[in-house]
Design a binder for this molecule. Structure first.
Ligand SMILES: [Ca+2]
Ligand SMILES: [Ca+2]
Ligand SMILES: [Ca+2]
Length: 408
């Protein structure tokens, strides 16, 4: 009897989860959103999945909170009127226990989703295709088993090796030794130098072929200078220790979160990169936009929107004080607006006509929470971060806008 009640209650919660998910997703699709959970392609700026998860989660917590509250009130009432009947008391305890367990299950499912999600959405051509170098601590033959460090290891069990995707200030983990270097998956777009001292100091040894066996010299640091076009986010102002981005990433490469101090752009022909650097993961928090390398001094960067610079064309960015492009609208902007004046905090939908990308800011002078939009949005209250309402949102609404010409 008790067990069947528990099962019934869990089933109710699960079906609520499913019903509310479908309900929210359907509503999102109604307002012509891209399909939920789309993995961002090279041209996409936004990852919608975290927004959906957040939205669904909030709804479920609200509904479950009401249910749990209702159960506790009802159980409390039954307890008060039980007149010490042991069956009623144990039944009441049971109900409250089930409600709490249900709540815990919902909260942990969110934690799991939240943990898995960043990995689902991170794709970086360079960082995920395992391009880089393998450095061996003692000389190995370039002809035998070089294509696969694992087989090299089986040939010579005492040889240690480490894979590098970006420069390293130290080869401490190889006891400051490099006996051989093998470049894998990439030869054209990567230049590799070994240095006798830490921090790329002392004498430099260029690695000129895809595999090099070195004399028994000690090396203490390695530089991987990527040549391919993209946005380079670097841990040092000399731009030696960099991760490369050719598409927007809700999370920086391993070891680069909050560690980026400088940015570089490598462009080819008519492709010119630009980047919006966000303080938080998933393109949230404050942001700054760059189309050329600034002096170093960046800090706290956790995600990046990569775009291609374009020429201004089209009407521009228009804001409306109602959803679905209704109500009073601003005149189309083709240049930055440090304050929207009377229109501050009023925008509820946005259209972008032509080759533009819009950066929306919560405060005047491009301050506070920022959000990048490339396309029209009929409802800035759903699935967005910059416009918010309620107790926990101070000054929630757009006060300033940057209008950036991009290639679409
Ligand atoms: Ca950060
Ligand atoms: Ca929206
Ligand atoms: Ca505001």
């Amino acid at each position: 009897m008790r067990n069947s009640r528990k099962i019934l209650f869990l089933l109710l919660l699960i079906s609520l989860f499913l019903i509310s998910s479908n309900f929210v997703l359907a509503r999102e699709l109604e307002v012509t959103y891209p399909a939920a959970g789309n993995i961002p392609g090279p041209s996409s700026t936004r990852t919608l999945l975290p927004d959906y998860v957040k939205y669904i989660f909030n709804l479920i917590v609200a509904i479950s909170g009401i249910i749990v509250f209702g159960i506790i009130v009802f159980s409390g009432f039954r307890y008060a009127t039980s007149a010490g009947n042991p069956t009623t008391i144990s039944d009441v305890k049971d109900r409250i226990g089930s409600a709490v367990i249900g709540m815990i299950i919902i909260l942990s499912s969110y934690l799991i989703l939240n943990t898995i999600n960043p990995q689902l959405v991170v794709i970086n051509p360079i960082l995920s295709t395992n391009k880089g170098v393998v450095v061996y601590d003692s000389p190995v033959s370039c002809t035998t088993g070089m294509g696969n460090p694992e087989s090299q290891e089986s040939l010579k069990p005492d040889v240690n090796y480490i894979k590098f995707g970006v420069s390293s200030r130290t080869l401490e983990s190889l006891n400051d030794k490099a006996g051989a270097v093998w470049l894998y998956q990439s030869t054209d777009d990567l230049k590799v130098n070994l240095y006798s001292d830490l921090d790329w100091g002392g004498t430099k040894q260029e690695v000129t072929s895809s595999c090099i066996s070195l004399p028994s010299t000690n090396y203490s640091s390695i530089e991987l200078a990527w040549q391919n076009p993209g946005v380079y986010l670097c841990k040092d102002s000399a731009a030696k220790e960099c991760s490369v981005y050719t598409s927007s990433q809700p999370k920086l490469a391993d070891g680069f979160d909050n560690k980026v101090v400088s940015i570089r752009f490598k462009n080819i022909n008519d492709i010119q990169y630009g980047a919006v650097l966000h303080k938080n993961q998933n393109y949230q928090g404050t942001c700054q936009v760059f189309a050329a390398a600034p002096p170093s001094g960046l800090s706290g960067i956790s995600s990046v929107t990569v775009f291609l610079q374009g020429t201004a064309q089209g009407e521009g960015v228009t804001l409306y004080d109602d959803t679905e492009y209704q109500g009073i609208s601003t005149s189309p902007y083709t240049s930055d607006q440090a304050s929207l004046g009377d229109f501050n905090d009023k925008a509820r939908s946005i259209t972008i006509d032509g080759n533009y990308m819009a950066l929306l800011f919560r405060d005047d002078n491009y301050g506070n929470e920022c959000e990048v939009l490339r396309d029209d949005d009929p409802n800035l209250l759903i699935g967005n971060t910059v416009v918010c309402k309620g107790l926990f949102c101070i000054g929630g609404g757009i006060n300033s806008v940057k209008v950036i010409p991009v290639k679409k």
